[in-house]
Design a binder for this molecule. Structure first.
Ligand code: 2PG
Length: 248
């Protein structure tokens, strides 16, 4: 039996538009982001996909994207699970910083190390920062283990238990699963699914608002490596734009 997994990165957020490192900071979608989310749902409906259960992060931009996409697909009624393990990577002390300014200040190598290396986290974010989530009630259960910065490896390690215990369980039950999450939490999941090396994952970028569909075999291995974007031409352009963020 094959399994259908739909990955959807949230639509353009207010801080994507402003070119700021976002991480766990909770921002809303722009009008463009809302339109991308609805179009993502239309693409699903046109291709005949019917999500039966939704998993999202605890961040508004993913939640609103899922709501808009499911509404457009006529599937607003499906059960929902939300978990911090699907959150964007905590961007540490870079949260709230301008990407172009950070590139200019620290140079290409350090900038890319922080953005795309597998195992180098940015400096930790101080709990007293206006960009900290340390007193946010939605993470209260994490206590002192709540992250103050994360590299992609950290994201993979905290996301995998959720994949194993929650998402795979729904897929095993024969459900079409939609996961609405973030650039880096989805990069971590795709790295795991496609077996991408620690080096090569630096070159993988995920566009906003375009569904990426994986058909998985009995062993949860992708039948088509890399999955299938429902609008491949738009995805290719948007992937380039994400890769080039921070550059004029
Ligand atoms: O700022 C962020 O949280 C992420 C996603 O928007 O950015 P980047 O693509 O630079 O990892």
């Amino acid at each position: 039996m094959s399994h259908t997994l739909i990955l959807l990165r949230h639509g353009q957020s207010e801080w994507n538009e402003k070119n700021l490192f976002t991480g766990w900071y909770d921002v809303s979608l722009t009008e463009q982001g809302r339109a991308e989310a609805s179009r993502g749902g239309q693409l699903l409906a046109e291709a005949g996909y019917k999500p039966e259960v939704l998993h999202t992060s605890l961040l508004t931009r993913a939640i609103v994207t899922a709501n808009l996409a499911l509404e457009a697909a006529g599937r607003s009624w499906i059960p929902v699970n939300r978990d911090w393990r699907l959150n964007e990577r905590h961007y540490g002390a870079l949260q709230g910083k301008d990407k172009a300014q950070t590139l200019a200040e620290f140079g290409e190598e350090q900038f890319m190390e922080w953005r795309r290396s597998y195992d180098t986290p940015p400096p930790v974010l101080d709990d007293s920062s206006e960009f900290s989530q340390i007193n946010d009630e939605r993470y209260a259960a994490l206590g002192d283990s709540a992250p103050r910065t994360e590299c992609l490896k950290d994201v993979l390690e905290r996301m995998l238990p959720y994949w194993e215990e929650n998402i795979k369980a729904d897929l095993s039950a024969g459900k079409t699963v939609m996961v609405t999450a973030h650039g880096n939490s989805l990069r971590a999941l795709v790295k795991h699914l496609d077996g991408i090396s620690d080096e090569d994952i630096a070159n993988l970028n995920i566009p906003t608002g375009i569904p990426l569909v994986y058909e998985l075999d009995d062993n949860f291995q992708p039948i088509t490596k890399g999955g299938t974007y429902l609008d491949p031409a738009a995805a290719a352009d948007a992937i380039k734009a994400v890769a080039n963020q921070g550059r004029k």
